[in-house]
Design a protein around this ligand. Structure first.
Ligand SMILES: [Zn+2]
Length: 262
């Protein structure tokens, strides 16, 4: 008898009634297949989200009753619609897909669904989906990231002026650690919209947001400074991401809606 898989796709039909309970938590990694400049592969977000989710579930899955869904490969990457090779779903398609996933998870006894989202371009929509799924299917829903994107309150290294949002120091470091054979570091160049850093409000991470496409900042496709990326930084970021997600899963395990008492 081999040890129990925590991956839903590897279970057999009777296992669902036997193993999935009201305490169970499903984790759905969200990837992307989108251009990441000349130095990183299309599957960067997919690989990072999947590896963080898989490693965390291996560590705390049994203790916290966590189950891993196969990663959703394609998501909403239309900020890279100009780039051939990027395969993206429209916002309305992804919203419908996430709602469908919620409906299917609600067919089991599990009450909690966690999205581990590797692609910042999905975050706002997943927030919307979380409420839709809560309303339509009654699940408790959660959105986690390997690292908080800098345009959503996270930070990025000084040379990026807080704007390393795509293919920059941190993402490139993670890939140098997780899949160095897929990184062409000799093609890495700094591509940061320096003029935005002078704005008090209208900037990445500022209080006034703006709609943007990745080619609004030149033809390179990435936004950040991958030249500072290192394997060791990637190792540190990865362990930090796994530790944080494991701790978050502990809180999710104790979390309950509707809340009673006060
Ligand atoms: Zn990315």
């Amino acid at each position: 008898m081999t040890s129990l898989s925590r991956q839903l796709a590897e279970l057999r039909a009777p296992d669902i009634d036997r193993l999935i309970t009201a305490r169970s938590i499903f984790v759905q990694p969200l990837g992307a297949v989108e251009q990441h400049g000349a130095h990183l592969p299309f599957n960067t977000d997919l690989l990072i989200a999947d590896r963080v989710a898989t490693t965390a579930v291996e560590r705390v899955g049994e203790e916290l009753d966590v189950w891993l869904l196969p990663p959703l490969v394609y998501t909403k990457s239309n900020e890279h619609a100009w780039s051939s090779g990027t395969i993206w779903l429209s916002a309305s398609t992804l919203l419908a897909v996430l709602d469908d996933i919620g409906r299917c998870v609600a067919m089991t006894s599990a009450r909690k669904l966690v999205f581990m989202n590797g692609h910042g371009g999905n975050s706002a929509l997943v927030g919307v989906a979380n409420r839709e799924i809560r309303l339509h299917h009654g699940l408790m829903t959660f959105l986690a990231h390997p690292g908080v994107p800098p345009d959503q309150g996270g930070d990025s290294p000084a040379s990026e002026l807080g704007m390393g949002i795509h293919g920059g120091t941190d993402e490139t470091s993670l890939m140098l650690y997780l899949a160095p054979e897929l990184v062409n570091i000799s093609a890495a160049v700094r591509n940061v919209p320096d003029q935005l850093a002078e704005n008090k409000y209208v900037r990445f991470g500022g209080t006034v947001g703006f709609g943007w496409l990745s080619n609004d900042f030149g033809p390179n496709g990435h936004i950040g400074d991958p030249t500072d990326a290192t394997h060791d930084r990637g190792a540190e970021l990865f362990q930090g991401a796994v530790d944080a997600f494991c701790e978050a899963l502990e809180e999710i395990a104790d979390f309950n809606l509707p809340m009673t008492g006060g």
